[in-house]
Design a binder for this molecule. Structure first.
Ligand code: FCB
Length: 457
């Protein structure tokens, strides 16, 4: 391993957790097996034109049948931690009522296999796969769904609370609310700002109710939530673009952070929303601001905002990934320092960071130098934030394996491990080998020094 990688590893404290991340619908497959119910993503994928390559998660990476192989793969990377999600419709097919023991058996097996290899299970309750039966009753637009979620959370806490290293309630509520209910490009495909904002409120509320439910039954795992966050930069320094950027900052960052950490929604956003502001009942904000044991941040790029174009990553004129997202590591440092300055933060985990690149498997090898560069520069940017006093405790590469990238289907490859979807063969990309090396250096730096054999006498 190069001196550069060793020097990078040396910038992290002894207990820093290095992990890899996935989510249920993106990898499990077995979508109609062992009693799993339909999720909104099964239903969304059936609608023509929703998924770029017309695919779905029916088979995905067949992880459901390859769980032992995949845990061995994680172990082979020396990863300390694995972030995954539970598919709610696999363990409770209708989202209320009967539990599905076969579904739980799968996650028992996964968690026990991880623990047997010394890998900490970081569990997410909701990575977007709502049981379709609940969608049929209104989904996240309906306040009742928050109660169903809390019941589900409590059951997971009861069964896994003493084995999970942490439990996150939601993954990226902004994406669920806005891409799912306003832009309509993710399940369930609604197009209404009013619905989206009500969903955003219900997701946060369900998070708070779930924390109460988990804590009241003595769940020992640290509890938190995962947010997607990107610094928003104004397209130009015109007053109009600056104002638009400030509003977009409110809609994407402050809406969630102010609610979770201060118990209020930002005034400027509420007045912009007007009639589309959500219905908030008395007491809701107190529930939402329950103490967090940790906050997960998913970071991929910065966003640029202005009156001339919709909010989004820079698409051209800069170095971009296969998603068309600008490679902008400095944004991670900027984001973390800003959140640290503006809020009283709990411990932070970078719960996702990574890049899609189209590198091919040639003679058994994937030479993804671009991904190595991306990972190295973002890990260095995270180290800069640590140096500035931000309490970052761990980092998870998105993703362990190539997988179903939502509306992009299988056309985008985020894995540090290549998946041949015909044979389901997994092959470490060069980036996986690099990451293994980084983690190995970190472990080596903090391993107890072996004293000479003659020292003891
Ligand atoms: C995040 C999602 C994750 C994956 C990455 C690329 O928004 O949480 O499932 O799709 O983006």
């Amino acid at each position: 391993m190069s001196a550069e990688t060793r020097a990078l590893a040396a910038r992290f404290p002894r207990d820093f957790a290095w992990g890899v991340a996935t989510s249920a619908y993106q990898i499990e497959g077995a979508a109609h097996e062992d009693g799993r119910g339909d999720s909104i993503w099964d239903e969304f994928c059936r609608r023509p034109g929703t998924i770029k390559d017309g695919s779905n998660g029916d088979r995905a990476c067949d992880h459901y049948h390859r769980v032992d192989e995949d845990v061995a793969l994680i172990a082979s990377l020396h990863a300390h931690a694995y972030r995954f999600s539970i598919a709610w419709p696999r363990v409770q097919p209708l989202g209320e009522g009967a539990w599905n023991e076969k579904g739980f058996a799968f996650y028992d097996r996964l968690v026990d296999a991880l623990l047997a290899r010394g890998i900490a299970p970081y569990l997410t309750l909701y990575h977007w796969d709502l049981p379709q039966a609940l969608q049929d009753k209104g989904g996240w637009v309906s306040r009742d769904t928050t109660l169903r979620f809390a019941e589900y959370a409590a059951e997971i806490g009861r069964r896994f609370g003493d084995r999970a290293a942490s439990i996150a309630t939601h993954n990226e509520p902004w994406v669920v609310a806005v891409l799912g209910h306003q832009a309509g490009i993710f399940a369930p495909g609604l197009r209404s700002q009013k619905a989206a904002m009500q969903v955003a409120h219900h997701l946060l509320l369900s998070h708070g109710i779930a924390l109460d439910a988990l804590r009241s039954q003595g769940c020992r795992a640290p509890l938190g939530i995962v947010l997607n966050q990107s610094p928003i930069h104004a397209a130009t320094d015109s007053p109009e673009d600056m104002a638009k950027a400030r509003l977009d900052d409110g809609l994407t960052i402050r809406w969630y952070m102010d609610a979770l950490l201060r118990g209020q929604y930002p005034e400027d956003v509420l007045s912009f929303l007007g009639e589309d502001a959500p219905c908030v009942l008395e007491g809701d904000m107190d529930v939402i601001r329950r103490p967090l044991d940790f906050l997960g941040i998913n970071y991929y790029t910065r966003n640029v905002s202005g009156t001339g174009a919709p909010l989004g990553p820079v698409q051209s004129g800069k170095e971009v990934t296969d998603m068309g997202w600008e490679v902008f590591p400095a944004g991670l440092t900027e984001l973390l320092e800003r959140l640290h300055a503006d809020y009283r933060l709990p411990p932070i985990y970078i719960t996702e960071n990574g890049a899609a690149y189209a590198n091919r498997l040639v003679d058994g090898r994937v030479a993804d130098v671009d991904r190595i560069r991306y990972l190295r520069s973002h890990i260095a940017a995270m180290a800069d934030a640590l140096g500035a006093g931000v309490d970052v405790r761990g980092y998870f590469v998105w993703s362990l394996i190539d997988n179903f990238e939502w509306a992009d289907g299988y056309s985008k490859r985020f894995g540090i491990v290549h998946v041949d979807y015909e044979t389901q063969r997994r092959t470490l990309k060069d980036s996986a080998i690099w990451y293994r090396g980084l983690v190995g250096e970190h472990i080596g730096l903090h391993a107890p020094k072996v004293v000479g054999a003659d020292a003891g006498g």
